[in-house]
Design a protein around this ligand. Structure first.
Ligand SMILES: Nc1ncnc2c1ncn2[C@@H]1O[C@H](COP(=O)(O)OP(=O)(O)OP(=O)(O)O)[C@@H](O)[C@H]1O
Ligand SMILES: [Mg+2]
Length: 377
């Protein structure tokens, strides 16, 4: 039975390029993402050809809208940056055009890996504000403490956090004309989508821009040799997240949830999304688990306790551990000194390192090539 995506592709085959070719055979088309009747894809062309392609974009959108069952369509026309540097000084900030995606040949189902990077893992949640970014940065530091070479990629298009969490005020420099040198923090290379997308970029463009920004961050950055790259994902399970999960060659996903039911419902959606794109779920972290009063040490379970562990069991995914709701974690995060780096001997750092060890173990058993593990003596 033909899927909606097949129907959309068949409709797009009837749209002609300015040269009279079938749009589907021009190599300009990104993967077509279909979620609940919403269709999203992009057309990437040379910067000089954008004008003549605008009518193709419009016809592609109209043809897609006419496919039965399609509720909404978003087609982005992306101008590919002109290659080479031509001797001119490279821009400090890469010039991004509103639009998306370099085409993946034939809409291949799994994107190619990054040379030198053994494993890429996503830290995600269905719900916003549950502590993904805090977990991502401390998990990365925990993995680093286990002796792994770790990098951090902040892919949160709606609110990049790494500049704040790691007190990064500088912008990455370009090297060799068109490659970027990541910022180095705590021995880890760090890149943030915040470096590539201007703050004023309207939200509506951010979804479509994500693919080209991601491609750039994955392929045009000197990451060096990494055992694990930790990706801080934007909240939610919408089109942008799904696209991202498909575009980044992920080895696994870590789902962060607070213990209460509402967050767990969203965590479940997150897990379903990764399963749908065949990314193994490495497990769930229960963040803001127990509240420990900084004055009297009393424990109280503000959001309940143990919900994520029970949910993990129910869904058949590993439970990776609990992180308490603690003032130190918030203060250190917000002042750019994540707790694993600033209080490495404290209980929070220990909790994150235990989670990191389970993540590392999970990567080894995910049935895919394991990262090179180097444990310090
Ligand atoms: N275990 C914790 N204890 C105390 N504060 C925490 C904890 N985890 C996160 N926070 C704080 O909660 C706030 C939200 O955390 P964070 O930004 O990591 O969430 P997020 O899920 O990445 O949010 P978003 O969905 O906006 O990206 C931050 O101020 C952070 O310092
Ligand atoms: Mg975040």
């Amino acid at each position: 039975m033909a899927t909606m995506k097949d129907d959309v592709l068949a409709a797009l085959a009837k749209v002609a390029s300015p040269q009279g070719q079938k749009l589907t055979e021009t190599g300009t088309l990104s993967d077509v993402v279909v979620t609940d009747g919403k269709v999203f894809f992009s057309i990437t062309v040379d910067a000089g050809a954008v004008k003549e392609w605008e009518s193709v974009r419009e016809r592609a959108e109209a043809a897609t809208r006419a496919v039965p069952g399609v509720k909404s369509v978003l087609v982005a026309l992306t101008a590919e940056r002109a290659g080479g540097g031509g001797g001119a000084a490279p821009p400090r900030r890469p010039q991004m055009q509103p639009g998306a995606a370099r085409p993946r040949e034939g809409g291949a189902p799994s994107p190619a890996g990054i040379p030198g990077v053994a494993s890429i893992i996503a830290v995600a949640s269905g719900k916003g504000g549950v502590g993904k970014s805090t977990t991502a940065v401390n998990l990365a530091l925990g993995l680093r403490d286990l002796g792994l070479k770790v990098g951090i990629l902040d892919a949160d298009i709606y609110g990049p956090s790494m500049p704040k969490l790691l007190a990064i005020r500088e912008k990455p420099q370009t090297i060799g004309g068109n490659r970027l040198k990541p910022i180095e923090r705590h021995g880890m290379p760090v890149m943030s989508i915040g470096f590539l997308i201007e703050e004023e970029t309207p939200m509506i463009w951010r979804g479509p821009m994500v693919m080209s920004a991601l491609t750039q961050m994955l392929r045009e950055v000197e990451w060096g040799t990494l055992d694990v790259m930790v990706v801080d994902m934007p909240p939610g399970t919408g089109d942008a997240q799904l696209t991202m999960a498909q575009q980044v060659p992920l080895k696994g996903a870590v789902i962060v949830s607070t213990p209460q039911d509402l967050a767990l419902i969203d965590a479940r959606r997150g897990i379903a999304m990764f399963r749908r794109v065949n990314v193994p779920v490495l497990g769930i972290v229960e963040n803001m688990s127990t509240f420990i009063c900084p004055h009297c040490g009393t424990r109280s379970d503000i959001f309940g306790h143990g919900g994520a562990r029970a949910e993990a069991e129910r869904l058949g995914v590993p439970f990776l551990g609990e992180v308490p709701l603690h003032m130190d974690i918030r203060e250190k995060s917000d002042s750019g000194q994540p707790v694993v780096a600033s209080v490495p001997d404290g209980p929070h750092a220990q909790a994150y390192r235990a989670i990191a060890a389970r993540v590392r173990d999970g990567l080894q058993v995910a049935g895919r090539p394991a990262p090179k593990i180097v444990i310090e003596a």
